[in-house]
Every structure is written in C-alpha cells, then in structure tokens.
Design a protein around this ligand. Structure first.
Ligand code: DOR
Ligand code: ZN
Length: 352
C-alpha cells in the first residue's frame, strides 16, 4: 500500500460499541450504522435498562422488526445486558446459553441512564465469577463518579481504584475497557500483563482520535462535541491515536455513537453523546491517515474486535475512497432532528 492512497479496501468492519436507543428513532440510527458495519454491540442503557435476557430478547425483536422494515438483511445486532448490583450468576448462565455477547458495567451516575448502574462492584462478584468461568466479556464504562474527583481525572482514578483491583480478583475475566480517553488507559491496556490470551482490550471512538478538549469550547460552547468520558488534553489524543494505529490487537473500533435529539443537546443541561454513525468509517480513516497509518485501519476496524469476542471475521469487502463527504447540518431522528459529528463540514473519506 502506498503512503497516500486514494482508495482502501478492507474486510467489512463492525462497531463494537453503539447506542441505537428504542422506539421511533431506531430506524434512523440503524440505517446509518448498517450502511457501514456488519455487526454492532448494542448498548443496554435504555429507560428502563436491559437487565435480563428476556428484556434483551424483546429489544432484539424490536431491532429486527426495524431492520425488516428498512429492508436490511445483512446486519447483526449483538445484545448486551446491563449489569446491576442484583445481577445473579443464574442470569449470567442464561445469558451465555442465549448468545448474549456481554455485560455492561455502568458505575451508578456515570453517564446517560446509569442510575440503575452498579453502586459497588463488590455487589457483582458472583455474577463476575460466572462471567469469568463462562468466558462472557465485561464491558466497562471506566469512570469513577464521586463529586470530589475532577471530571478530567475520572478515568485514571477508575483504573487505580476499580479496574486494577478487579483484574487482580478476576485475572481471567474478559474485559473491554470501553471508549478510552486517556494516555493512562491506553498504556494500561497496552502494558497489562495477562494471564490468559485475550483478557483485556479497549475500544476507541472517532471523536477521541480526532479532537481534544478544546473542541468543546471552540469560540463558544459546543454541545455536539460533548460526550462521556469527556474529551481530554492533546497529549491524551496523541496516545490514543498511537494505540489505535499501532497494530496492537488489544485496541479496536467502537464508535460510541450516542444519538440525542438536537433539543436535548442544545439545552441548559445538554446530554452527553456524539452522533458519529453517519460517516464513522470516514472519520476513522481520517484519523489513521493523519499519522500515515491507513494500513493499520483494517486490523483495528475489522479483525481485532471479532477476534476478542471469539466471533468469525466478516468476509465481505468494502472500499473507502478519499473523496470528501459533506455532512448535513441536521439529520432526521424520529419526529425530531439530530446534529451529527462534523455537521456542516466535510469528512475526507467516504464509503464507496
Ligand atoms: O457520551 C455518552 N453518551 N457516553 C456514554 O457513556 C453514554 C452515551 C449515551 O448513552 O448517550
Ligand atoms: Zn456508550
């Protein structure tokens, strides 16, 4: 591959961290994702959260009905359960038997719809023990929530006070450290000594590869660049970009595309979440190209995720072209609209 190609072909990617919500908006956000990705890990932070296999199955049928209505036959949702203080080992066994892809740990109060999340990880030890034995991954929102910890330090403190002790107690538990945002997280995952192959990995979003925290305050407050964990300093963006483009299989694609209607973002207390699904692959290609590492995109986007989850890699190929795509200022979202990441600007790469 040349250093600055105009086309790149890759095995079709998957999105290992995605919010599609429920109800009216699902069809709009699913259509954007399914245009690019073959599969996606579907986040369970609905209201009420998807805490049981029965709720996940019902949610999956609603998703399938939307896919059918859209005429999409080549997209597979991978369902995740929301871990609570009360998740039983029995529910974990049921989840494994029913093909649930993992459990999501939201520390209570960390982010959107996390009120029912875990108040103390010690409450989950029986469920975690079962997950470790059965090889079912724990997906982690890695931030502490106590008010005395600065919001920019919440991920680094989580590593020291929650993640490291957890990994000591469950050395073979498969853990995905979701949407990492700091140098500390990138280095922690890179350097983790693992007792079993594949026991820790991390997903990285396009916004954390392309923007630092200045983007939230560029010329005024920019609610559409606000997500959680919040964007960090430039040194952290550089460390994330280095990790994503290193070819290390512990890092893979997870957009964390998180739709909120325009009015819920542009508000006195605006919601956290960036909507990147519209041209997520173009955004990732830009990030990889910025450091001359387009040749590392396929591993990150298409191989390392399924390898970690123990699923087959996709076989179909897609092509990205270096062709600027204009991103609309707004897109339809059910009865409302949504402002996508890069709204009104262009993304340098497009899906052919
Ligand atoms: O920015 C975010 N939005 N971060 C999360 O962890 C949740 C997500 C959402 O659901 O809106
Ligand atoms: Zn998320």
């Amino acid at each position: 591959m040349t250093n600055s190609p105009t086309h790149i072909q890759l095995i079709q990617p998957d999105d290992w961290h995605l919010h599609i919500r429920d109800g009216e908006v699902v069809k709009d956000v699913l259509a954007d994702t399914a245009r690019q990705f073959a599969r996606a890990i579907i986040m369970p932070n609905l209201k009420p959260p998807v805490t049981t296999v029965a709720l996940a199955k019902a949610y999956q049928s609603r998703i399938d009905a939307n896919l059918k209505a859209l005429g999409i036959t080549n997209f597979l949702p991978l369902m995740i359960l929301y871990l609570t203080d009360n998740t039983s080992a029995e529910e974990v066994r049921k989840a494994k038997a029913e093909g649930i892809a993992g459990f999501k740990l939201y520390p209570a109060g960390a982010t959107t719809n996390s009120d029912a999340g875990v108040s103390d990880i010690k409450h989950c030890y029986q469920a975690l023990e079962a997950m470790q034995v059965l090889g079912i991954p724990l997906l982690v929102h890695g931030e502490v929530t106590s008010a005395d910890i600065d919001i920019f330090d919440r991920e680094a403190v989580f590593i020291d006070t929650v993640l490291e002790p957890l990994r000591k107690d469950f050395p073979e538990l498969k853990i995905v450290f979701e949407h990492i945002t700091t140098k500390q997280a990138a280095h922690y995952v890179r350097d983790a000594a693992i007792s079993k192959k594949n026991s820790i990995a991390a997903t990285i979003t396009p916004q954390h590869l392309l923007m630092n925290r200045n983007a939230i305050f560029a010329g005024g407050i920019r609610p559409h660049n606000y997500c959680l964990p919040v964007l960090k300093r430039e040194e952290h963006r550089i460390a994330l970009l280095e990790a994503a483009t290193s070819g290390n299989a512990r890092f893979f694609l997870g957009t964390d595309s998180a739709p909120h209607a325009k009015g819920a973002k542009e508000a006195a207390c605006g919601c956290a979440g960036c909507y990147s699904a519209f041209n997520a692959l173009g955004l990732y290609a830009e990030a990889f190209e910025s450091v001359g590492k387009l040749d590392k995109l396929e591993g990150f986007a298409s191989f390392f995720g399924p390898d970690f989850y123990g699923l087959p890699r996709n076989s179909k190929k897609i092509t990205l072209a270096k062709q600027a795509q204009a991103i609309p200022v707004e897109l339809p979202l059910g009865d409302a609209t949504i402002v996508p990441l890069r709204a009104g600007e262009t993304v340098a790469w497009s899906l052919v």
